[in-house]
Design a protein around this ligand. Structure first.
Ligand code: NAD
Length: 303
């Protein structure tokens, strides 16, 4: 006899959460879904999910809670706020927060859960909206080994690479490391393309050559069309990447580490947000370098 799949409460149905929830439903899990915005809830309910009312109710009426929210304040509100999920905290319960948040917040949630005999995993992801839709995300998990094993069948529906990184908070530590690399690489690719374009070479040819050698990068592979066309529909919004760098600097301060290259990227991202570009995909950081150089990569493409 096959074991009954646990029911899942899924809170946060944005660019990432909605397709992740959809994949869980397609794999046969029963879902109760919740978002502060009605539209994505309506879409998933039309596909067979049940609409939740409050985080506490969703948590009480399901076996496992998965959350995919913007940042630490929203996660704190959903878990610890009034009508929050932890009002249903109970022995044996499992929560999986897949949002990218401060490692310290993840540790606090895990400590509170552990004191009640429950498990709270931090399991942020990389791989973007395309990975969320395809179910091929990389998932970096912090928490107890037994809880990780319990979560694995669900994580395998949403991701292709799933790594247990260590105790509570370790997943979030790896996520900020990931975001430092991605941010610095976006900035490096942007500098190179703007330089080459203004020097009169077709950026498409630059990209072709870079991708064949040591400079090859997933950033240019996955965002090539954005850089060359100058269209920056997200994807992953600059505003969210700036939030990840804020978490990186918080961790760096706590651990006495300096992040000089990330600091420059953080300044450009902040300037982009201040200039009304926070909703662009993070590859849109190139527009800040373009402004400083007085040249557009897209104008030089195909020339
Ligand atoms: P998003 O803004 O599209 O989605 C967040 C969702 O949470 C929204 O639908 C919002 O309405 C909902 N929400 C906010 N506060 C809420 C609350 N209190 N209760 C219920 N719902 C609430 O963001 P996203 O792009 O889906 O990203 C989600 C998380 O995943 C972020 O931490 C982000 O950094 C991370 N992430 C995103 C990507 C990406 O490519 N978009 C990739 C990897 C990781």
């Amino acid at each position: 006899m096959t074991e009954r799949k646990p029911s899942i409460g899924f809170i946060g149905l944005g660019i990432m959460g909605a397709p992740m929830a959809r994949n869980l439903m397609a794999a046969g899990y029963e879902l109760i879904v919740l978002d502060v915005v009605q539209a994505p809830m309506g879409a998933l309910v039309a596909e067979g999910a049940t609409a939740g009312r409050t985080p506490a109710q969703v948590a009480a009426d399901t076996d496992v809670l998965v959350t995919m929210l913007p940042d630490s304040p929203q996660v704190e509100e959903v878990y610890l706020g009034s009508n929050g999920a932890y009002e249903a905290l109970r022995e044996g319960w499992l929560t999986i927060d897949m949002s990218s948040i401060a490692p310290g917040t993840a540790r606090t949630l895990a400590e509170r859960a552990s004191a009640a005999g429950a498990d709270a995993l931090d399991a942020p992801v990389s791989g973007g909206d395309k990975g969320a839709i395809a179910g091929t995300l990389s998932v970096m998990v912090g928490g107890e080994e037994a809880a990780f094993e319990r979560a694995l069948p669900m994580l395998e529906v949403m991701g292709a690479t799933i790594v247990h990184c260590g105790p509570a908070g370790a997943g979030q530590v790896v996520k900020v490391c990931n975001q430092v690399v991605v941010g610095v690489v976006i900035e490096a690719v942007s500098e190179a393309l703007v330089l080459g374009a203004k020097a009169g070479v077709d950026p498409a040819r630059i990209a072709d050559v870079l991708q064949g050698g040591l400079a090859a990068t997933k950033v240019l592979e996955m965002r090539r069309d954005n850089f060359l066309s100058g269209s920056f529909e997200p994807g992953f919004r600059i505003e969210l990447h700036l939030k990840d760098l804020k978490n990186a600097f918080e961790l760096a301060r706590d651990t006495d580490v300096v992040l000089p290259a990330a600091a420059i990227v953080e300044q450009f991202m902040r300037a982009a947000v201040v200039n009304g570009r926070g909703d662009l995909d993070h590859s849109g950081l190139v527009t800040m370098l373009e402004d400083l150089a007085g040249a557009r990569v897209s104008d030089a493409t195909g020339r």
